[in-house]
Design a protein. Structure first.
Length: 308
């Protein structure tokens, strides 16, 4: 590796070409099973929910069915609520939190909402515990029409008919120490840019759309999660990951401009969760519980204010 390099692949200042992407892909190793961790759990929900495939991804010899879980007796007079997890495959509590919510609380909303849950948007990345797909693309920068990322294109197509009828969308994520040790350096190397280290916030926070803020909605979610795990404090610049605060524990970010998952629909209430699983002050189960608390608070607030 070049002594000036901050990442083991590529040449500083030069974007990756096919050779560098191939080298990166060769380093990715399967570490867990989508079939065991996700598909098998979703199969247990078939007696309560409608489960179907909204697409599939084929990478080399690997085939990944993309699964969506919906309310039975979908009704035109009920609001649509969307929950997505596993957009970034390494963000484990997003997947497990979505499944835990379905297992323990999903049926509580029967007859109240049209629920749509995609627990693992990026199954290949889930198995590799990675942020990107095999093409070294970040799905959460590519949720748009004509997306080059198969994971993103499939979800955009699934939600397209619900773009204007979705009331609430919550997208479940994590911020981990590997963001600084691996993913941000890899991103800078891939794009031929400099890498400037940042601080990983210790605690839970939310991402609201700077162009369509909903502070009361975000506050309701933060209040619920604060009963489960600690909320991230801003850094010395009064920011979290370089973004300004909307309110304590909530940052403002141009969600739709960056083609993030939470901006796929025109949902009045939308948010992205960020759990910090590497904190010494939390546990994996607490992280899952925080995601569930966020989902329930988001749905309950949206239901209570659907006409407001």
């Amino acid at each position: 590796m070049n002594s000036d390099a901050f990442y083991p692949i590529g040449t500083p200042g030069q974007p990756w070409g096919p050779a560098e992407r191939s080298e990166w892909l060769a380093r990715q190793v399967k570490q867990r099973s989508y079939a065991d961790d996700v598909t098998s759990v979703v199969d247990t929900l078939r007696d309560t929910f409608d489960v179907s495939e909204y697409g599939a991804l084929d990478y080399g010899t690997e085939h990944f069915p993309l699964l969506v879980v919906r309310s039975r007796n979908w009704r035109a007079d009920l609001p649509v609520m969307v929950v997505t997890g596993g957009v970034h495959g390494y963000e484990t509590s997003g997947v497990r939190g979505a499944l835990q919510f379905l297992q323990h609380h999903g049926s509580e909303y029967a007859g109240k909402v049209n629920l749509l849950v995609v627990p693992c948007v990026s199954p290949w990345a889930y198995e590799r515990i990675h942020r990107w797909n095999p093409d070294a693309l970040d799905p959460n920068r590519n949720f748009r029409e004509g997306s080059p990322a198969g994971e993103s294109a499939a979800l955009v197509a699934l939600l397209a008919p619900l773009r204007d009828s979705t009331l609430m969308h919550i997208d479940l994520h994590e911020t981990t120490d590997s963001d600084e040790s691996e993913f941000r350096p890899a991103l800078a190397a891939r794009d031929g840019k400099d890498y400037a280290p940042d601080v990983v916030p210790d605690g839970f926070y939310l991402v609201d759309d700077a162009d369509h803020p909903q502070p009361a909605f975000q506050q309701a979610v933060i209040d619920a999660v604060a009963k489960v795990t600690h909320i991230a404090e801003p850094d010395a610049k009064s920011e979290i990951i370089g973004a300004p605060l909307l309110l304590p524990g909530v940052i403002k970010f141009p969600v739709r401009q960056w083609s993030l998952c939470a901006g796929i629909t025109n949902a009045r209430y939308a948010t992205t969760t960020e759990v910090y699983p590497d904190s010494p002050r939390t546990t994996p189960q607490e992280c899952n519980d925080a995601q569930v608390a966020a989902i329930r608070a988001a749905m309950d607030y949206a239901l209570a204010h659907r006409n407001g």
